[in-house]
Design a protein around this ligand. Structure first.
Ligand code: NDP
Length: 251
């Protein structure tokens, strides 16, 4: 029970890695707010699953890229679940478009969700927590693509590498006031985002050959590391980015 008595908001948690983090956090004793943008029936399923473990949970709809959504969303969690102790910036989108074909709109939407969303949710959370004299914890979800080149990711990869700089810079500003900030760079994790890789008989073996553990990760394996980072066990860890990738980055 690493997170007993804590309250967490996890963005993009209706499925995939966000759901895995939500499930592990509940198993570790946290109450959880499950954010998503469209997929609210799946978010409600995650809420029911967490309640069945005996923890409190609510679903909160909102686009992490829009201040007009994020401010009321964080307010709602504060009112209905209580003050947030842990924010996990997990919501993200991936599109694959060759550099020469990428449009302004594709660049802007992806960077808005994947980078600005993490900055925005963190700012709204930190302002509120610090105004109330509370401590806190942020875990950002980056990507293996902060370190590896894959085709068609001239928007996705820079946004994910920037999450590392965001983590360091936010940590420098808010850790002195009691909010630790760290980042996980997942490798290939089996989720709806990567379903096409997992099903592709040509691509999958090529990717797995680059991973020392020789397999994709499960969402809960990211959840376990997020729970550690958000817990007192990581009390001297801040501003760091950790690759949780089965050994892909180092190979
Ligand atoms: P999924 O696509 O399976 O799930 C992402 C979730 O985020 C969806 O429920 C989606 O909701 C939600 N979401 C998307 N945009 C927004 C938004 N603007 N506001 C709120 N929620 C939103 O992805 P994964 O679980 O695989 O990925 C989670 C994170 O991990 C992402 O940041 C991704 O970039 C990162 N990552 C994933 C890897 C992998 O191998 N799976 C590897 C490295 C990094 P909806 O369906 O309603 O749009």
């Amino acid at each position: 029970m690493k997170l007993k008595g804590k309250r967490a908001l996890i963005t993009g948690a209706a499925r995939g890695i966000g759901r895995g983090i939500a499930e592990v956090f509940a198993d570790e004793g946290a109450d959880v707010a499950v954010n998503d943008v469209e997929n609210m029936s799946q978010a409600e399923e995650v809420v029911q699953s967490i309640r069945s473990k005996g923890m409190r949970a609510i679903a909160v709809k909102g686009d992490v890229a829009k201040r007009a959504d994020v401010e009321p969303m964080i307010d709602k969690v504060w009112k209905e679940l209580g003050p947030i102790d842990i924010l996990v910036n997990n919501a993200g989108i991936e599109t694959i478009v060759p550099f020469l074909e990428l449009s302004d709109e594709q660049w802007t939407r992806l960077v808005d969700v994947n980078l600005r969303g993490a900055w925005l949710c963190s700012q709204v959370f930190c302002r509120r927590a610090l105004a109330e004299g509370r401590k806190g914890n942020i875990v950002n979800i980056g990507s293996i693509q902060a370190a590896k080149v894959l085709p068609g990711r001239t928007h996705y990869a820079p946004a994910k590498l920037a999450i590392e700089a965001l983590t360091r810079n936010m940590s420098a500003e808010v850790t002195p006031q009691g909010i630790r900030v760290n980042c996980i760079h997942p490798g290939l994790i089996d989720t709806p985002m990567t379903a096409w890789v997992m099903k592709d008989a040509d691509v999958l073996p090529m990717v797995l050959a680059q991973i020392s553990l020789g397999r994709a990760g499960e969402p809960r394996e990211i959840g376990n590391v997020a729970a550690f980072l958000a817990s007192e066990e990581a009390s001297y860890l801040t501003g760091q980015s950790i690759f949780v990738d089965g050994g892909w980055q180092g190979k």
